[in-house]
Ligand binder design. Structure first.
Ligand SMILES: C[S@@+](CC[C@H](N)C(=O)[O-])C[C@H]1O[C@@H](n2cnc3c(N)ncnc32)[C@H](O)[C@@H]1O
Length: 269
């Protein structure tokens, strides 16, 4: 079945297949959003029945994203962000956090899902002083991403490369590492990598992910914390390193919980 759902802003939504679950929409379902179809809710519910901890994974990952972007803008002085695997707009999107600190911050959002991009164009809008731009590209094409980002970002100045909950979609580990290297290769010294990904540390989580990967959705591979930390090879890790997302510089009011996802921030020397 294909359909067009109600459109934010003026642009018509592209045709989309509502019979196949999609990463951004299932993620939105777990986050408590409303931008998903019955097939996404069904797969999300099946997952949650096997691994209830997925809800904490999604929500603490988003909180990690907000703290990491705040750190990069407020403490590291970063003014340019390349956020690949944007997801559907939710609370505390990258540009909102960055531009709260620095209204002039420039953000390029990249996704390969045209529906995500339509929502992003309509809802992820910049302050007058800054810029947000939207690139339709696949993570597997780092050269295209860098070339398109260069229209908005000055790639001679530091950039925060954000790969939040997306590298699991690159099922081959060496390919994923090579993509990270190629993207960072196009950015100058003083740039940062920030990422998180789901881990294979919870038996029920692994079982639930296997079910998801059989659903027809683009598969997502859970990796060990050590493999995920390996994406930061050659970078200077910002304290406290690659840790469960809620433990990365937690807000004092947060309970430091354990979830099956790790994240970190590293600086390119
Ligand atoms: C799990 S969601 C994470 C969303 C957001 N980064 C977050 O942390 O909340 C993964 C996102 O990556 C996008 N994505 C998956 N594979 C991709 C690829 N090969 N190239 C570009 N985007 C991709 C999906 O469309 C989706 O928006």
């Amino acid at each position: 079945m294909t359909t067009s759902s109600p459109t934010p802003g003026q642009q018509p939504l592209p045709e989309l297949d509502t019979s196949v679950p999609q990463s951004a929409r299932v993620w939105n379902y777990w986050l408590g959003g409303k931008d998903y179809f019955p097939v996404d809710a069904a797969v999300g519910e099946q997952f949650r029945a096997v691994f209830p901890g997925i809800v904490d994974v999604t929500r603490t990952s988003r909180r990690f994203l907000a703290r990491a972007v705040w750190y990069l803008a407020a403490e590291a002085g970063i003014r340019q962000f390349l956020d690949i695997g944007t997801g559907l707009p939710t609370a505390n999107n990258t540009h909102e956090v960055a531009q709260r600190v620095a209204p002039e911050a420039r953000i390029v959002y990249v996704d390969n899902d045209p529906v995500v991009l339509v929502h992003a164009r309509a809802l992820l809008t910049s302050t007058p002083e800054g810029v947000t731009d939207y690139v339709d590209a696949d993570l597997r094409d780092p050269d295209k991403i860098l070339e398109a980002a260069a229209a908005t970002l000055d790639l001679t100045q530091p950039v925060a490369l954000m790969l939040m909950g997306i590298l699991g979609h690159i099922t081959d580990y060496e390919e994923a590492r090579s993509i990270v290297r190629r993207l960072l290769g196009g950015l100058p010294s003083g740039s940062y990598l920030v990422l998180y990904d789901g881990t294979d540390t919870d038996k029920a989580g692994v079982e639930a992910q296997e079910g998801y990967n059989r659903s027809g959705a683009v598969p997502y591979i859970l990796r060990s914390p050590e493999q995920i930390a390996g994406f930061f090879d050659g970078l200077e890790l910002v304290e406290p390193g690659v840790v469960p997302c809620p433990q990365w510089r937690p807000d004092p009011a947060d309970l430091p919980t354990e979830v099956a996802a790790v994240g970190g921030v590293g600086r390119k020397p």
